[in-house]
Design a protein around this ligand. Structure first.
Ligand SMILES: O=C(O)CCC(=O)C(=O)O
Length: 286
């Protein structure tokens, strides 16, 4: 019997839950089209009770584009470079993945020339209390700016740099040591327009994030810093945010072109939180 896919909006800010599709089987081209459009329109897609093996997670993700490995190979699932492990779990004293990952607002890989299109995060273990992820709608963030501000930033590009997160958010965390010279060399600062039109819907989104955006092209820090701070604050107004409380076997597919996200560090770190992420390659922004 064919699947009857159902897509239901889950919050005013962003997000839709998809049901009636078995992710362990190859979706039809029609289903892939519907999901791509739904992602473009809703920013995040939530799938419940998916129970995918790493191979199935990778196979499903590949329907939306080629996958990319993380710049830090240490965070990959052994034997599966396409899976980035987000985890506080230690085995024989060694962390099984990236700890403290994403505990600041960001869009995945915005520090690359071709930032990631989307990410699919699958929950394997989660504390009973805490460990939610928040998603902010960057279409709404853009659309609620004043017309003069839209005109001003519409012609500007911003500088994104992976090492910014290490020099700021991770600076005091011994389990996230500074980036090696080699990782820095592989992630030089890049420039992206501060506003991006979404390829599926044409809707414009604000494209800056506090995790990786460190300046505005052509401006000294004393000018760019206050503008970026204003935009960062504005972009995470509560009405733009969907906050997800994870259940084991939830998978969220988010669109890095139109949402930013933030992993809450509000749980007991002795309780295991373990997730697998695939990352879909994206396009150049200009
Ligand atoms: O652990 C999470 O909830 C999100 C992690 C994250 O920010 C990422 O994988 O980009």
């Amino acid at each position: 019997m064919p699947d009857t896919m159902n897509i239901r909006r889950i919050s005013a800010a962003c997000g839709a839950e998809v049901s009636g599709i078995d992710l362990t089987r190859a979706p039809s081209p029609g289903q892939v089209d519907v999901l791509q459009r739904a992602l473009g329109e809703n920013g995040i897609l939530l799938f419940r009770d998916v129970g995918l093996t790493p191979e199935q997670h990778i196979a499903f993700s590949r329907n939306f584009g080629p996958l990319e490995a993380h710049v830090i190979g240490d965070f990959a699932l052994p034997g599966h470079p396409e899976i980035f492990v987000v985890s506080n779990v230690k085995e024989d004293g060694k962390l099984k993945g990236a700890v403290y990952a994403g505990q600041y607002w960001h869009s995945d890989l915005s520090y690359m020339q071709k930032p990631s299109m989307g990410s699919l995060l699958l929950c394997h273990e989660m504390p009973e209390i805490g460990g939610d992820t928040m998603f902010a709608n960057m279409f709404m963030a853009y659309e609620t700016l004043s017309e003069p501000m839209k005109r001003f930033i519409g012609g500007l590009s911003a500088v994104h740099d992976y090492s910014h997160a290490y020099d700021t958010y991770f600076a005091h965390l011994k389990e996230r040591p500074p980036l090696t010279a080699e990782a820095r060399a592989r992630t030089p600062p890049v420039e992206h327009p501060m506003v991006r039109a979404h390829p599926v819907t044409g809707r414009k989104a604000l494209y800056v994030n506090p995790g990786f955006t460190k300046g505005i092209v052509g401006m000294p820090p004393e000018e760019s810093r206050p503008i970026l701070d204003l935009l960062f604050r504005h972009s995470v107004r509560p009405e733009f945010i969907y906050r997800h409380k994870w259940r084991v076997n939830d998978m969220i597919f988010w669109d890095n072109r139109s949402v930013t996200h933030y992993a809450l560090a509000d749980y007991d770190f002795s309780v295991r939180r373990h997730m697998h992420r695939t990352t879909i390659a994206g396009e150049a922004t200009h």
